[in-house]
Ligand binder design. Structure first.
Ligand code: TYD
Length: 202
């Protein structure tokens, strides 16, 4: 592995991606320098944006919501992800550009070309080396999220069906970068599959 690696973990709420990210971090930390991070709200300014995005109790227009996620991303890429990858670290990121495509694009019906353009602007053109999409049906997802829902999680079943479908489309159209994983399987089985995608990159 010459440079660092940038791996993103994606999927609908309650898909199990954060559990897998922790397992991967623990496994890779034995031999590599690993950074765990997330969007929205990894650190500093991002934490303030996250507070608005997840807890603001008034209405947020879909375009405003998109710009807030993108603002968080621009800061995150420049402050955390790029410097870490450039210095040879493995960056594991809980959600990134594909969340905006799935949630604001497919979920909120914002034009996908516009989202792609803005994502590219926010990331300075940087792309993940690998994206893992953890797929679960919405019934399972909702059961895992439970009753204490944040602003995004209160979107309703139809919204989440569109988001899930968005992820399936992303995986279909960008199958080289994006790997789709059946996340209804056991944690161990899913982890084995996850490692099968990561180890060839090391
Ligand atoms: P978070 O608590 O991090 O949820 P999770 O553990 O499921 O990742 O909340 C992030 C929420 O923000 C989640 O509902 C997905 C949503 N989101 C978007 O709608 N667009 C985005 O670009 C990002 C990064 C997240």
């Amino acid at each position: 592995m010459k440079n660092g690696l940038f791996i993103t973990f994606e999927g609908v709420d309650g898909c199990g991606k954060s559990t897998q990210l922790e397992l991967v971090a623990e496994f890779l930390s034995k031999n590599y320098e690993v950074i765990k991070t997330k969007e929205p709200g990894a650190k500093g300014l991002g934490e303030k944006l996250r507070e608005i995005l997840l807890n603001y109790d008034g209405e947020i227009a879909p375009r405003c919501e998109s710009f807030l996620f993108l603002a968080d991303r621009a800061q995150h890429i420049s402050q955390i992800v790029k410097p870490a990858v450039n210095s040879g670290k493995i960056v594991l990121c809980d959600r990134h550009t594909d969340s905006t495509v799935a949630y604001q694009g497919y979920g909120r019906n914002i034009n996908l070309d516009e989202i792609n353009y803005l994502n590219n602007l926010a990331t300075e053109g940087m792309k993940p080396d690998l994206t893992l999409v953890f797929d679960v049906d919405i019934k399972t997802s909702m059961e895992r999220v439970g009753k204490n829902k944040d602003r995004m999680e209160s979107g309703g079943v139809e919204f989440f069906e569109r988001v899930r479908n968005g992820y399936l489309e992303i995986a279909k159209h960008d199958s080289k970068r994006v790997k789709l994983i059946d996340s209804t399987k056991s944690i161990d089985e899913v982890f084995k599959e996850v490692l099968s995608y990561i180890t060839p990159l090391l």
